[in-house]
Write a protein that binds this ligand. Structure first.
Ligand code: SF4
Ligand code: SF4
Length: 161
């Protein structure tokens, strides 16, 4: 699915998806973690993130202190220098990249700090986490950004009624 089409499709399904995620939160199905994990693996086994990179292009991760230490160390610069060059505080007072697309995304969609990438990048789009309904506010945004998340939610709707 191309990314313009993804946004259109996600917006068309916004109401339905929101109602589904709200229902998950209310009902907390016992088999949710297992079913979601299977669907996550199935979808990501056939997803080539290098052909997409839309998360790295559009959505800045939250960057925690440990990420700052790790990336600064890998770049062989002081944490203060790293912060000054690359980071800003967002409206929630969290560190995020000053500019997007991410400054560490190269022209072939590779992450140049891959081994030390932020925790939020490693866990994105969080579709294999437990108690998935706790992050409904993020998932509803990610459905518009990440084609894999869109597909995972479509499959989940068919698996958990
Ligand atoms: S640090 Fe790497 S994985 Fe994270 S947004 Fe930047 S390019 Fe993507
Ligand atoms: S937006 Fe989703 S499918 Fe695209 S690169 Fe990121 S995780 Fe992979």
């Amino acid at each position: 699915m191309n990314l313009t089409k993804l946004k259109e499709n996600a917006q068309a399904k916004h109401k339905e998806n929101k109602a589904f995620l709200d229902r998950l939160k209310r009902k907390k199905p016992k088999n949710l973690d297992v079913v979601l994990n299977e669907i996550h693996n199935e979808v990501f086994n056939k997803t080539n993130c290098l052909e997409c990179a839309n998360c790295c292009i559009t959505t800045g991760p939250m960057i925690i202190d440990k990420d700052i230490e790790n990336i600064a160390k890998s770049l062989k610069v002081k944490t203060g220098t790293f912060i000054e060059k690359y980071l800003r505080k967002d409206e929630d007072n969290d560190w995020v990249f000053k500019t997007m697309p991410c400054p560490f995304l190269d022209s072939e969609n590779l992450c140049t700090v891959y081994e030390n990438r932020p925790k939020a990048c490693r866990e994105y789009p969080h579709t294999n986490r437990r108690k998935f309904y706790q992050i409904n506010h993020l998932t509803i945004k990610n459905i518009e950004i990440c084609p894999a998340t869109f597909e995972i939610i479509e499959k989940l709707k068919n698996s958990i009624k």
